[in-house]
Design a binder for this molecule. Structure first.
Ligand code: DON
Length: 332
């Protein structure tokens, strides 16, 4: 009997259970079958979003592309589609720069940037003035600019250090900036310039504003593929330790905190919906990439260039929703 005395249908015959029961759920599971099915079925969602065009160099990307990569901390992987095609990582870079700045500054970082969801678009200006130049969180653009400023203060060559860190995480030396994308954003990044100058007026940018913007535009322009991206997020699934080398890049507690911010702020004004539908800490970029993790288990990267109004990949989020539903894995 169910609540209220109604007779319940056996779970396996309930409609919503269909997605789960088709796969065997076990901790050592092989994700390839699930990924193959998702790759085939989720293509029905092409055409629902639009390739970002406010950075002209991004607008040229072919829309109907999809790559998926899953990698577990004990070395298993599953791939589908264009998992080896590089894309512009854009705001996913904010997760990497935050890890670097947090490792350098520790909890002092939170004096300059908050840890609350903003409920506002990623490039919003209004909240920043109301809150006297302290950005709500490190993933909206205002917060990411403060994080990049920390790296500019700490390093003689912040662009080189960011690249070095991402190459180390992914184990790939060929990852690089896309100068055309960086230049294109520099020429059209008026809102970021406004945010940076406003932050400067509030004493929350310490370095030269043009230098901070140049580094920020370059970190966003980095090109990676899904295979490299899932590998690069694995240290967050592994409590701060890079599985390939055993290096501790963040403390256990710092990794926990970074994952908490990914969950609550990684998708801007769609963060609640992403947690509700997918149930993983993750980060999106307006190039159509999404990376997400399950602590102690795995990292997933999905790329499909059409994004919604919040700047998040439509097909990517759907693919991840099916991934957690069908695998029976999530943080909840
Ligand atoms: O700052 C910008 O507008 C871009 N470089 C990055 C924005 C972005 O990726 C938003 N996320 N989905």
């Amino acid at each position: 009997m169910g609540a209220g005395g109604k007779k319940m249908k056996p779970l396996l015959r309930q409609k919503n259970y269909r997605n789960i029961c088709a796969y065997k759920i076990e901790s050592n599971m092989d994700y390839q079958d699930i990924v193959n099915d998702i790759y085939r079925e989720v293509q029905a969602y092409f055409g629902q979003g639009k390739v970002a065009s406010y950075i002209p160099a991004l607008a040229r990307v072919r829309p109907d592309q999809l790559g998926i990569s899953v990698e577990t901390i004990n070395g298993r992987s599953a791939l589908a589609g264009q998992a080896d095609t590089r894309f512009s990582i854009q705001s996913i870079s904010k997760a990497f720069t935050l890890a670097m700045a947090f490792a350098l500054e520790g909890d002092n970082l939170w004096r300059r940037v908050g840890v609350e969801p903003s409920g506002n678009p990623f490039n919003s200006l209004v909240q920043l003035e109301f809150e006297s130049g302290k950005p709500r969180n490190p993933f909206i653009n205002a917060g990411a600019l403060v994080v990049t400023d920390v790296l500019c203060s700490r390093y003689a060559d912040p662009k080189g250090e960011i690249l070095r860190f991402i190459r180390q995480l992914s184990g790939t030396d060929t990852i690089d900036f896309d100068e055309e994308v960086a230049q294109s954003e520099k020429e059209h990044g008026f809102r970021n310039q406004a945010l940076a100058w406003f932050l400067k007026s509030c004493n929350n940018i310490h370095s030269d504003v043009d230098t901070v913007l140049d580094v920020y535009f370059h970190q966003c322009s980095i090109a990676m593929n899904c295979r490299e991206m899932s590998r690069a997020f694995l240290f967050l699934a592994n409590h701060g330790v890079l599985p390939a080398t055993g290096e501790q890049l963040l403390t256990h507690s710092q990794a926990k905190r970074l994952n908490a911010i990914l969950l609550t702020c990684g998708f801007y004004d769609q963060a609640g919906e992403f947690a509700f539908r997918v149930g993983m800490p993750g980060k999106s970029g307006v190039g159509g990439g999404v990376a997400a993790i399950i602590p102690g288990e795995l990292a997933v990267a999905v790329w499909s260039p059409e994004v919604n109004e919040q700047g998040n990949s439509v097909v990517g989020i759907q693919a991840l929703e099916w991934f957690t539903t069908r695998s029976g894995r999530s943080i909840f």
